[in-house]
Design a protein around this ligand. Structure first.
Ligand code: NAP
Length: 294
């Protein structure tokens, strides 16, 4: 029978673990981990992400600060602010909410955060360390996937993992993580993208399928083999006349069909999504430990 991978439950467990750590720091009157989130402009989705990150930080007992900057902020002004936080000992994590307004070069911004405080794990130094298998700050969504597989005791060693999607934030890092000759990795990894002529040829071979495409219900049951483990990263809004909002959120995998043949599957919502914020807090804690030796 198909088992649901409950990201909501696991993310709650991780937040509780972090809360315990922060409570202990408080008792010992030690400095608390701090995260600063920088938002440029008025994108409503970004605004809601930033607020929910700040709220979750406070819930676990971390220090959190939101810097909300005007849409017209220049690249130099943003870099100056980041540099200020690079040397501010109260903050161990710096997160610049993406996407940025078009006049700001995203890559320059990512590189201006010192790698030790890069809690998104996007800095080239952290990406390089990930690829060569060194300890580093791992991007939150792939880190969340690794944690789900680990806590559900899903063995990846020698298994064929097929990742659909090659973005820098999901596809490439998760493929590289699972490829490492390490415990909780050691997989045979195939990465598929839009140039693939016959996607099913690849997906049908998957023991573990990771979908990070951005296309609603794209992966169907006849593209997979029985007993496959399915990790659905997609978050897509589709019209739903039965909902008061007029829409609902679905993944990249056709859950109704695929849940009938999979051994494990993440739901959307409630699978990978909640893990991303939990792993951001975990990364802030890792950065804190790195910077303070606590
Ligand atoms: P992205 O940067 O748009 O990348 C999508 C990838 O899918 C690209 O590599 C693209 O190929 C590939 N692709 C698109 N259509 C395809 C097709 N028909 N066949 C095969 N490959 C195809 O997206 P992303 O940032 O990785 O995000 C993917 C999804 O995950 C989105 O729904 C996003 O909202 C969601 N997401 C969720 C979380 C979370 O916390 N749960 C975090 C991040 C993203 P090319 O490279 O050839 O264009």
């Amino acid at each position: 029978m198909t088992k649901l991978i409950d990201g909501k439950k696991i993310s709650q467990e991780i937040k509780e673990e972090i809360k315990l750590f922060c409570n202990k720091l408080k008792e010992e009157e030690k400095q608390l981990p701090g995260l600063v989130t920088i938002l440029v402009g008025n994108n409503p989705a970004s605004f809601s992400y930033v607020n929910s990150k700040a709220k979750t930080c406070n819930e676990v007992g971390m220090i959190s600060k939101v810097e909300q900057l005007d849409e017209s902020t220049s690249e130099d002004e943003l870099i100056s602010l980041i540099k200020k936080y690079n040397s501010d000992e109260k903050f161990h994590g710096i997160l610049v909410q993406l996407p940025l307004p078009k006049h700001i070069n995203e890559s320059n911004i990512i590189k201006s955060i010192i790698p030790e405080k890069d809690v998104d794990g996007f800095h080239p130094v952290n990406v390089g360390k990930l690829v060569i298998g060194e300890d580093t700050i791992i991007p939150c969504t792939p880190y969340g996937i690794i944690e789900l597989l680990k806590r559900y005791k899903i063995d990846t060693s020698g298994k064929h993992v097929v990742v659909v999607g090659r973005s820098n934030i999901v596809g490439k890092p998760i493929a590289n993580l699972l490829l490492q000759k390490k415990e909780e990795a050691n997989a045979i990894v195939t990465v598929v993208h839009s140039a693939a002529k016959n996607i099913s040829y690849y997906t049908k071979q998957a023991d573990i399928l990771i979908a990070a495409i951005g296309s609603p219900n794209f992966i169907k049951a006849d593209m997979l083999k029985n007993e496959v483990v399915v990790i659905d990263v997609g978050i897509n809004r589709i019209e739903d006349k039965n909902s008061t909002k007029g829409y609902k959120i679905v993944g990249d995998v056709d859950f109704d069909e695929v849940s009938k043949i999979a051994s494990y599957i993440t739901p959307v919502p409630g699978g990978v999504g909640p893990m991303t914020i939990a792993m951001l807090l975990k990364n802030t804690l890792i950065a804190y430990k790195l910077l303070t030796n606590n």
